[in-house]
Write a protein of this length. Sequence first.
Length: 145
Amino acid sequence: MNQQTDNLAVLTVLYDGACPLCRREVNGLQRRDQARHGDQPRLAFVDIDRADYNPEVHAGISYADAMGRIHAITADGEVLRDVAVFRRAYALVGLGWLYAPTRWPLVRQLADLAYGLWAAGRLRLTGRPNLDSLCRARGGNCAPR
């Protein structure tokens, strides 16, 4: 996966490469992006679980923040979080209709609630250590901003 923000990318998604469900989502988005845009992808991906993840290169988003909820950075530097990341990423690969209903007020609230529950339990549900343990394994270098 891309480790540096791709200059051609419209959206850089920060993801947990040690999370099997996250990798599956990223792989699907990458395949769709390549099929639609060939050698000029609209999406770039940064694995925040790599030891060389540098928050300063990615809008100051700490490891802890990125592990807690999905983040993405637009080409103009706007930081997106949660369902907004999926809405934008899927739109860029031609599947925006899947997340379009999450713009509607009631659906937005429900989608944000569902994502919040998923994010809160993601590490446990995927068999990973808790965030404190992951931070200790990184030498404690993961303070939220």
